[in-house]
Design a protein around this ligand. Structure first.
Ligand code: AAL
Length: 414
């Protein structure tokens, strides 16, 4: 017995301590051997997961008041919200036509091809971000034919620079959609109430033949960073097919709102995403990247505004977010993020040929405030979410899959 105890004592003293990962998460990376997943938790994420990640949030949505539901009137793609003399201001694409979009082939001078065709830029104000008052007339109207924008001006981005206001927008002519050429134009005003004056020339043009953005510069998203105007955008080439880029995002910089804009020499700077949403964050720039590409539904950060990396993965992000980001144009290299903004929702779930409505989202992407409910993950959805059109498997595919079962599903024991 004595010998047995002695052996236990000896072995006990000389065996290495068994490294059981503790329930209380060590805030420093442990130095005992761990799986590569746990290494990653420390190297790429942070030990307290999403709840300790300032650039993680979930998003909650609310309807807005004050935007009347008018037949064949669509509102979408809001700018960032700004606050000026106590009032919130937003601008957005508004289409008021006599019918729903009919697609590219059937479009005429007054029949819209897409939801953002035959549109102008409208403006609304609010004192609380929920109840809005829309102007009676467009803030910026389409310029005359054949100027760029005479078919449609849409998807604006607001810039505040040296106490003046600038709206950058997609300027389509003679047509929108597919392979239509789309540069960015700008209009300026001394007050957010206008009047807005078109600058005569486009300020950001699509890239050269064969390049990633040779046909479209979409979703201009301005901010002020390192004493310059940075405009992020989504680009697209005219070519279509699996070998071509669908959408990526780049940036161009200028020292004057009317240009010249010089594009980053490492464009595109984001390899995924659809509508743009960039905002100053600490001494860099962060972005909500949604919908398309391998890095869809992430929030990314670039310490220099150009070298973006994934910081969090998000669910049900706002479509076309326009945050109320108080320091977007302050140029103070101390971005603090935001808690809410406007976005758009397509009531029928589609995209191009239905109408859209503006909505509000709330979140916690702020380094100044801590709103814990927005740091929760594990979002779960009800039956209607899974069985809505666009998510539910179509009857055609159900039949096809049933018919193919014999050839596709192998025996479990072979
Ligand atoms: C939007 C944006 C651009 C596209 C279309 C209208 O949500 O990505 O503006 O061109 O859809």
């Amino acid at each position: 017995m004595k010998i047995f105890l002695l052996v236990i004592l000896f072995v006990g003293i000389h065996l290495p301590v068994l490294a059981v990962f503790p329930g209380v998460i060590p805030s420093e990376k442990p130095d005992f051997p761990m799986s590569i997943a746990m290494e990653r938790l420390y190297d790429e994420w942070n030990p307290h997961e999403d709840r300790a990640n300032e650039l993680y949030s979930n998003f909650k949505y609310s309807p807005l008041k004050g935007f009347d539901d008018i037949p064949f009137t669509s509102r979408r793609d809001p700018t960032k919200v700004i606050k000026h003399d106590g009032l919130f201001h937003v601008w957005y694409t508004r289409r008021s036509t006599t019918c729903d979009p009919v697609g590219l082939k059937l479009a005429t001078d007054d029949k819209p091809a897409t939801d953002w065709d035959l549109a102008d830029i409208w403006h609304a104000v609010s004192s609380n971000g929920v109840d809005w008052i829309e102007d009676k007339l467009p803030a910026v109207k389409r310029p005359p034919k054949p100027e760029y924008g005479s078919r449609s001006i849409c998807t604006p981005g607001i810039l505040v620079w040296k106490n003046k206001f600038y709206l950058y927008f997609q300027a389509y002519a003679p047509m929108v959609g597919g392979t239509a050429y789309c540069p960015v134009r700008v209009a300026s005003a001394d007050s957010p109430f206008g009047p807005w004056v078109h600058y005569p020339e486009p300020v950001i043009l699509p890239g050269p033949e064969g390049s990633w953005n040779n046909i479209k510069i979409n979703d201009p998203c301005p901010l002020v960073y390192k004493n310059k105007i940075y405009i992020y955008y989504k680009g697209a080439p005219i070519e279509r097919g699996n070998e071509y880029i669908i959408r990526m995002q780049g940036v161009s910089m200028a020292s004057d709102p009317f240009g010249p804009f010089y594009e980053s020499n490492i464009n595109p700077v984001i390899n995924s995403g659809h509508e743009t949403c960039m905002f100053p964050w600490k001494d860099g720039v962060a972005a909500i990247v949604a919908l398309d590409g391998p890095e869809k539904n992430t929030i990314q950060y670039a310490p220099d505004g150009e070298r973006f990396k994934i910081i969090s993965k998000i669910q049900v992000p706002p479509v076309a977010p326009g945050p109320y980001c108080e320091d977007a144009f302050l140029n103070n290299i101390n971005g603090t993020g935001f808690l809410w903004g406007l976005c758009h929702i397509n009531p029928d779930g589609g995209g191009a040929v239905n109408k859209s409505i503006l909505a509000r989202f709330d979140c916690d992407l702020s380094s100044k405030y801590d709103h814990k409910p927005f740091k929760r993950n594990n979002l779960r959805f009800n039956k209607n979410t899974y069985l809505q059109s666009g998510v539910k498997l179509s009857e055609g595919w159900v039949t096809r899959i049933k018919n193919e079962r014999k050839n596709v599903d192998n025996e479990t024991i072979r």
